[in-house]
Design a protein around this ligand. Structure first.
Ligand code: ATP
Ligand code: SF4
Ligand code: MG
Length: 331
């Protein structure tokens, strides 16, 4: 990463009380991200991607316990008061979720939602906010933006709704955009359009982005760096080309094998990783991936592998028996 970090996450732990006991959703995560850069966070369902992004946003469930530091633009967000956080979320960090209906209000028109956000945070008058709203809709590829302003979310397709959610997220010129599975709910052709839109707006605005996905294929060629999560931990982290050229974790290789292949015949079942993710209320003594790992050895069952630096700068992994072969996939 070049230049000072915009975001640094240090030793972040998130624990959630459940009827089965405490669940460690995020387990001692360290990450950093420079201004204008993209970090991909990849992992199976339940590995803690959303909880980590909520820890960054300070939007965890009420009963969650968070420890560690989240330094954004020089401030530790864990220690900010509610008002300072509200301002920061409006101007500094924006978020786009998987389902745009969770961020859009179904009973307000698109125009009202955009205008209200702009007026609240940028102190624009009504006419200027409406003009800016139409410009934003045009920028995210919505045809006839003036007419769209008076429509309700249910009158738009899923892809168009996600474009509106992105327009609202971009409206306050954030320095960091967190996109949590922004295309998972959309058709494959629309997915690529939305990812291209995010990349274009990011470059134009020199905005940093955290792109969260369960699909390693989504971050290939789109993220500068990738962090792979398993059972709440970052288990491999590398500049994207280095990761695809020479991944070390058996889990990362399994995620790669699970990427849907474009050339596959229609309706081919997706290759899932055999076995199930661990129960995070019952942490294992050894490596959490051990019950599913083909390379497992005695040491893996006895102790947890720490993140170790690999031969390429910026590449680290947590594995006693890393893969030696080069996966050789271009990113
Ligand atoms: N409100 C909650 N209370 C208790 N446990 C929760 C809560 N929300 C999530 N969890 C648990 O925390 C862990 C991490 O969940 P998280 O939603 O961060 O996963 P994820 O990687 O985003 O998964 P997905 O790809 O399905 O979105 C999981 O074990 C999940 O069951
Ligand atoms: S530490 Fe052992 S069990 Fe864990 S991923 Fe590496 S080889 Fe597999
Ligand atoms: Mg999630």
């Amino acid at each position: 990463m070049s230049g000072p970090a915009l975001l640094t996450i240090e030793d972040v732990v998130v624990e959630l009380p459940t009827p089965r006991g405490n669940l460690r959703a995020v387990d001692h995560v360290d990450l950093s991200l420079g201004a204008g850069r993209t970090l991909g966070i990849v992992g199976e369902s339940g590995c803690g991607k959303t909880m980590l992004s909520r820890a960054i946003l300070q939007l965890l469930p009420k009963k969650a316990k968070l420890s560690g530091r989240v330094i954004f633009d020089g401030q530790d967000l864990v220690r900010l008061n509610a008002e300072a956080l509200r301002r920061l979320r409006a101007r500094g960090i924006a978020v786009v979720f998987q389902d745009p209906m969770t961020s859009l209000n179904p009973v307000l028109t698109i125009g009202t939602q955009l205008v209200e956000t702009l007026q609240e945070h940028l102190e624009l008058d009504a006419a200027a906010a409406r003009r800016r709203s139409a410009e934003l809709l045009a920028a995210v590829g919505i045809p006839a933006p003036e007419q769209r302003l008076s429509q309700y979310p249910h009158q738009l397709s899923g892809g168009m709704r996600q474009r509106v959610a992105i327009a609202i997220a971009l409206s306050c010129e954030p320095k960091l955009l967190i996109a949590d599975e922004p295309t998972t709910a959309l058709d494959v052709t629309i997915q690529a359009q939305i990812l291209d839109l995010l990349a274009r707006e990011q470059r134009r605005r020199h905005m940093a982005m955290i792109l969260i996905t369960h699909d390693l294929g989504v971050v290939a060629g789109r993220a500068d760096e990738v962090a792979v999560m398993y059972a709440g931990r970052v288990v491999e982290r590398a500049p994207t080309p280095a990761l695809f050229k020479n991944m070390h974790m058996p889990y990362t290789a399994a995620l790669l094998a699970a990427i849907p292949k474009i050339e596959a015949a229609p309706h081919t079942p997706l290759a899932a990783i055999p076995g199930r993710p661990p129960d995070q209320t019952r942490p294992l003594k050894g490596c959490s991936f051990a019950p599913r790992c083909r390379n497992v050895g005695d040491q893996c069952l006895r102790s947890k592998p720490a993140l170790t630096t690999a031969e390429t700068e910026g590449h680290c992994y947590a594995c006693f028996h890393p893969l030696k072969i080069s996966a050789g996939v271009s990113a």
